[in-house]
Ligand binder design. Structure first.
Ligand code: SAJ
Length: 429
């Protein structure tokens, strides 16, 4: 049955979800506290990059199925898709979840459904969302239905994954879970797995923690390989032929608003127990410094004076082919390079706004006179770079690939010395 839906938070998850529901016959009202975000969406202008989003937004607005404003409206269903970042002390900041829950409370009526989509520490529905809904006077589970259905889509492929991924649906009771499954069924082709709200919260955080711990393992193996002259990428590739092994990839660190954040939600529950999770976070957070050391060591091994030496940083997004810089390890790598007195100039073809002082919109400007270039993000633009085109611009032909994403032979044929993080066969570290 078609519903009216009010979605709070029009970011990387809220906006695609809102237009999906609108494209599937539901009347959707999107809410964001940021006036300029609301204004641009109203004018069909995107404030985020996501494949297929523009077309779907155009359709949603043109069909009058999607409206936006800075305040909630009455609806059958309320979906909360607001951020749940971590604070300086690595504990969850649930203020957005709390204020979004408070904001919808005056509009909530008997028979409505409230769904939390944001990734949160286990028990957030019980301890943060529900208390804010108590003033409605509605009885939770009979008058007002509540669930947690965590988003599980990967940036860049959000629409494909919104449709095809299975969904975890955690209801405060069976009726809440069932209503939530029925709603998402309008576009989800994957399976719905119903459970309780706290289990669903834990499942989502566990998934990202699994990846973080696995990436930390890959990073540790990359560093170890350096001590025995092995290419870790090759070793991991071979190990993964085993049917029960899936070692992830090393790199300059872990970014994004999920994998670099969610494991802290489990550490916060009990740091004495969550030892591997805690150590993995720290291992991955240590990779930008390792990457900067790698670059410095390479320059020094070549006898290049590192003080004020210019290096081109290629890639600021936290992963390939997206425009998202949140928690990006590139930001930390730049800082680490600066600490080592290197003159870093960064370029990212997907980040159209200068977020860092040393960022340029012109790749040539980053490369001009550089002693080395370091690839931190596996954008297609970097994978497909023509080394011959950039060779003349640089002071020296040294390229460091932290994602093993370029064709080494092609670059070597153009006269470049190619270094790959985790491949100690040709690296001084
Ligand atoms: N990374 C590595 N090595 C790897 C894989 C990733 O260093 O082998 C790095 C990436 O470069 C990036 C970071 O990890 O900096 C995270 O990237 P990602 O592609 O693994 O994940 P996200 O953050 O884009 O999306 C994840 C997804 N979770 C899982 O795959 C379990 C996605 O499904 C979730 O919806 C999303 O987190 C989220 O919102 O929680």
């Amino acid at each position: 049955m078609k519903k009216s839906i009010c979605i709070v938070g029009l970011g990387y998850i809220g906006l695609p979800t809102a237009v999906m529901f609108a494209n599937h016959g539901h009347k959707v009202h999107g809410v964001d506290i940021n006036e300029s975000v609301v204004e641009s969406i109203r004018n069909k202008q995107l404030h985020i990059e996501e494949n297929g989003l523009q077309e779907r937004l155009d359709e949603a607005i043109d069909s009058n199925m999607f409206t936006v404003s800075t305040t909630p409206v009455k609806a059958d269903v309320f979906i909360l898709a607001v951020p749940s970042p971590i604070s300086e002390d690595k504990t969850a900041n649930l203020e957005y979840i709390r204020s979004a829950s408070k904001a919808i409370a005056p509009f909530v009526e008997k028979g409505n459904l409230v769904i939390l989509e944001s990734t949160v520490p286990p028990r957030t529905v019980q301890d943060v969302v529900i208390p804010e809904l108590i003033p409605t006077g509605l009885e939770i589970g009979t008058d007002l239905f509540v669930s947690h259905s965590p988003e599980r889509v990967i940036p860049g492929r959000v629409f494909e994954e919104l449709i095809s991924n299975d969904r975890i649906i955690g209801g405060v009771n069976e009726e809440s879970a069932k209503m939530t499954s029925d709603l998402y069924r309008s576009f989800v082709k994957g399976q719905m797995h119903e459970t309780d709200d706290t289990t669903a919260e834990l499942v989502k955080v566990m998934e990202n923690t699994y990846r973080d711990v696995n990436i930390a393992l890959a990073n540790e193996l990359a560093k170890l390989s350096a001590t025995i002259g092995v290419n870790v990428w090759e070793a991991i590739r071979l190990a993964n032929f085993h049917p029960r092994v899936n070692i992830h990839q090393p790199g300059p660190g872990v970014g994004g608003h999920c994998i670099a954040v969610d494991p802290w939600f489990l550490v916060e529950l009990n740091p004495e127990i969550a030892k591997i999770i805690n150590l993995s976070r720290k291992t991955n957070d240590g990779m930008p410094a390792y990457t900067a050391d790698l670059l410095t060591t390479i320059l020094q091994a070549k006898g290049i004076e590192t003080n004020e030496a210019k290096v081109a940083v290629l890639g600021l997004a936290f992963k390939g082919n997206i425009d998202d810089m949140r928690e990006s390890p590139s930001i930390d790598v730049v800082e680490e390079l600066q600490k080592r007195a290197l003159n870093a100039v960064a370029f990212d073809p997907h980040i159209k706004k200068n977020n860092l002082e040393i960022q340029t919109q012109n790749m040539d400007e980053a490369l001009e006179g550089a002693e080395a270039a370091i690839i931190l993000t596996s954008h297609d633009e970097f994978k497909n770079l023509n080394p011959a085109q950039i060779a003349d611009k640089m002071n020296r032909k040294i390229i460091i690939d932290t994602k093993q994403c370029i064709d080494r032979e092609k670059w070597q044929a153009a006269g470049f010395e190619v270094y790959v993080l985790g491949d100690s066969k040709n690296s001084p570290m």
